[in-house]
Design a protein around this ligand. Structure first.
Ligand SMILES: NC(=O)c1ccc[n+]([C@@H]2O[C@H](COP(=O)([O-])OP(=O)(O)OC[C@H]3O[C@@H](n4cnc5c(N)ncnc54)[C@H](O)[C@@H]3O)[C@@H](O)[C@H]2O)c1
Length: 350
């Protein structure tokens, strides 16, 4: 039985509460939120508080599920790791790539597991599409079309790059999983049509060169009324021996493949994988080292759109590393970051 603290009792925190209660191997030890009333409501009689280290000591919890807002991920996760707890964090790993690298080093120094939950990675239909892609021989291109028209109100309508920063990471991370490849360069344009209800750019088109040579092409919009795609987007894998397609909601079409293992999907599957990793010591999919390049794809796409030219991912990683070393407040984490000779190599070692 793994005892967890839930940090962040907002909209997504409620979904995590349900996932915790649905897993017989995981027990809720307490809830942390800056808003004491929200923490108490979610805790329903269990310990509640505003500080993850204090509540961790009080409850002897094994782990923290960090479902706070992205800007708080770095502080909450660092505190939890150095208080001796493992962490399962919501995407994005942090609000900036530099802080994500700091969290990688913090996981190394603390010796605790930090896994990032990218819920769509755990979609069994995506796993089937991945098996189809592998059966089709060398892949030339993978494409995602994502077109919706949500009226969120609030912060998303004020952000400079709402689609890339708040949404596209799901597709970018899924593309890495699908191709079993990492990004090399990106060329991206973003724009905002005259009818958009977003202040920032609600549309983006990005071409990534991936390791191995395949291209990943993302075309998305958050102000595209009519014929909306799935929230997962529509996918096409174009390979030497054929094509596989996925509408994002139903079984993909392509060559016959064995169904994927496991019944769970989404955050329930991520939670189970985290609990099993804590028991077995085996590194799970989503461990922080393996997740960071998905956030790098977002930051590089934003950078390419701003500069109006292709951007090498290694340049973005190097700049983030410099900033991470400069901004780090813990001496032990700064020393670990300084020891990295090359960020990509550091991220490939777990
Ligand atoms: N996987 C998905 O599909 C998906 C969907 C929605 C949100 N998310 C992610 O989930 C996370 C939370 O999103 P949300 O929509 O629930 O946000 P939210 O604003 O509804 O809730 C966040 C909560 O965190 C609390 N909080 C903020 N700073 C804190 C701190 N330092 N310590 C403790 N609590 C703190 C806030 O008081 C709030 O209650 C984000 O990282 C978001 O990207 C993922």
């Amino acid at each position: 039985m793994i005892r967890v603290l839930l940090a962040g009792a907002g909209a997504m925190g409620r979904a995590w509460l349900a996932a915790i209660h649905a897993d017989p191997g995981v027990e809720l030890a307490g809830v942390v939120d800056l808003d004491p009333a929200a923490a108490r409501r979610a805790a329903a009689g269990l310990p509640a508080g505003a500080d993850v280290a204090v509540l961790g000591a009080e409850t002897a919890a094994d782990a923290v599920i960090d479902v706070t807002v992205p800007v708080a991920h770095h502080a909450v996760t660092t505190t939890a790791l150095f208080a001796g707890m493992s962490v399962l964090g919501e995407k994005p790993v942090a609000d900036t790539l530099a802080r994500a690298l700091s969290l990688v080093a913090a996981a190394e120094v603390s010796g605790r597991l930090f896994m990032v939950s990218q819920s769509r990675r755990w979609n069994p239909q995506l796993a089937t599409l991945r098996a189809m892609a592998a059966a089709l021989g060398p892949v030339g291109a993978v494409g995602t079309d994502f077109h919706r028209a949500p009226r969120f109100g609030g912060f998303r309508e004020e952000m400079a790059q709402p689609l890339l920063v708040d949404m596209a990471i799901h597709a970018f991370d899924a593309a890495r999983y699908l191709l079993d490849a990492d990004p090399v360069t990106v060329s991206c344009q973003t724009w905002n049509p005259p009818w958009s209800w977003y202040a920032g750019d609600a549309c983006a088109a990005a071409v990534f060169e991936m390791t191995g040579g395949a291209r990943y092409v993302y075309h998305g919009s958050w102000c595209s009324p009519g014929a909306e795609t799935s929230w997962n987007g529509e996918w096409r894998v174009s390979a030497q021996h054929g094509t596989a397609r996925w509408d994002g909601d139903h079984e993909p079409t392509g060559p016959a493949v064995d169904p994927p293992d496991g019944q769970r999907s989404g955050i329930g599957a991520a939670l189970r994988a985290f609990a099993e990793a804590l028991e077995s010591g085996v590194t799970p999919m989503g461990e922080v080292h393996g997740n960071v390049l998905s956030l790098a794809m977002v930051e590089a796409a934003v950078d390419s759109a701003a500069r109006g030219r292709p951007v090498p991912i290694d340049d973005v990683l190097a700049r983030a590393h410099e900033r991470a070393v400069r901004d780090e407040t813990r001496a032990d984490v700064r020393a670990a970051l300084r020891n990295w000779t090359d960020v990509r190599t550091a991220l490939s070692s777990t």
